[in-house]
Structures are given as C-alpha cells and as structure tokens.
Design a protein around this ligand. Structure first.
Ligand code: CA
Length: 236
C-alpha cells in the first residue's frame, strides 16, 4: 500500500461517547475510521470494507468481543487483520483469552485516546517491519527459510521438508504471533478444493516438529482453534 493512502481502522464500541471520541482522535491522526456498535455489524463491515486494523471492545451488547474476535480469525479472508481489544480491568482473564484467540494487543479502560493511538501506530510499525524484512528470506532463531531456493536450514544444516510441510512452515513464519485456524492453514497450503480434513494439518504440524525440534515449543496449539508460532522475541 502506498504511504499516501490512509490506513482504515474499524472501531467497534457500543458506547457512543467513547466510539465517537476514538473516531475523532484517530481521524485527527490521519486515519480513515469506520464504526460499528455491535458484533454482527462489525463482522459485516470487516468482510465488506476490509479494514487495516480493528479496535474491538470486549463488552458489546449482543455478541461479546471474544466471539467476534474468534469469528474474524476463523474466516480465511480476515484471519490476519490486526485487532486491538479494549478491556476493563476486571476482565483480565478475558484479556488472556483474547490474546489467545488472536488479538494482537489490548488497551485497558479507562484509557486516553493518546495511549490507544500510540499502540495502534506501534502495531502498524511492527507489521510493516515484518512485511519489509525480505519477502523471500525468513529467520526464526537458528532456523532460516529461503522461499526462492526452497530451502530450510537449522544453523548450517539443511533440513528436507515435503512441499506441504514447507508451505505450512512458510505460512506460520509469515504470521508470527497470530492464531491460524486449521481451516485457514488447510486453505492456504492445500487449497480450497482440497477434500482432506483438518486432521491433516495436525499430522503435518507433528511431522514439522519432528524434523525441526526447535519448533516443538514454538508452535503452540490453541485450544479448539488452530496453531500459533510464538513471536521470535518470545522464543525460541
Ligand atoms: Ca462497550
């Protein structure tokens, strides 16, 4: 995306005062802002308008933010859109679940619009950096991946992977810290017309871990959802 086109942010909050305050502030910072007050409304806008980032309040009247987050992550076309959750202090356990379900960050209420904006900018910077660091070479600890030469190395040693194992690793390493559902991985690696089951993904993840032991703890299974490769800063 050219630097000149403003990033589009979807703000999901049922409390109109807060929603409008965030909207005004973000617009002042040069972002384009869409708003939604309910979960279903959010899901429609996410599919229609493809926002670059979502600010999602946890407390929504009809469908809570966790469910909304889960559904956004489950749909292949929206699986990797960045999400910042708004939570109250008392909802700390929900925050943990939210991060597990694939929220990228969270801001605790009450917050200043300035704090939220700073977190949004930091997240965009982090994502731009991931995209900018060579589209053909990836490094994860001692593991390197060369997409052009179709090579995976652990230190100096080349590790032979099958095409599907390679595809799976590529998808995980391109999206560190994100929960990728089995359906998303299946579609990305095997294609939409593949008739296998999501069990196929589990089997290949297991093989990948056998061949690359450093992934044993780095690829986390997220209960009933899918898999996540820990961010390189968290390990391995
Ligand atoms: Ca709310």
């Amino acid at each position: 995306m050219p630097a000149s086109s403003p990033k589009k942010i979807l703000v999901v909050e049922d409390e109109k005062d807060i929603q409008q305050l965030i909207k005004l502030y973000l617009e002042k910072e040069g972002f384009r802002v869409l708003t939604a007050a309910t979960g279903p409304e959010c899901l429609v806008l996410v599919a229609q308008d493809k926002p670059d980032l979502i600010v999602l309040d946890l407390m929504l009247p009809d469908m809570d933010g966790l469910e909304v987050c889960k559904r956004i992550r489950a749909a292949p076309e929206t699986a990797i859109v960045p999400i910042i959750m708004l939570t109250a202090k008392a909802e700390e356990s929900d925050t943990v679940i939210g991060l597990e379900l694939g929220a990228d960050d969270y801001v605790t209420k009450p917050f200043s619009p300035k704090t939220l904006t700073a977190r949004i900018k930091a997240l965009f910077r982090r994502l731009d950096r991931i995209q900018a660091t060579g589209t053909t070479h990836y490094r994860y600890g001692p593991l390197t991946m060369d997409l052009e030469r179709h090579e995976v190395r652990l230190g100096q040693e080349e590790v032979m992977l099958t095409a599907k194992e390679f595809g799976l690793l590529e998808h995980l390493i391109r999206h560190p810290g994100r929960v990728l559902t089995r359906d998303v991985l299946l579609n990305a690696v095997w294609g939409y017309d593949y008739y296998g089951t999501t069990r196929t993904v589990d089997v290949h993840i297991r093989r990948l871990k056998q061949k690359l032991p450093i992934l044993e703890d780095a690829i986390i299974s997220v209960k009933s959802l899918g898999y996540k490769l820990k961010e390189p800063t968290d390990g391995p």
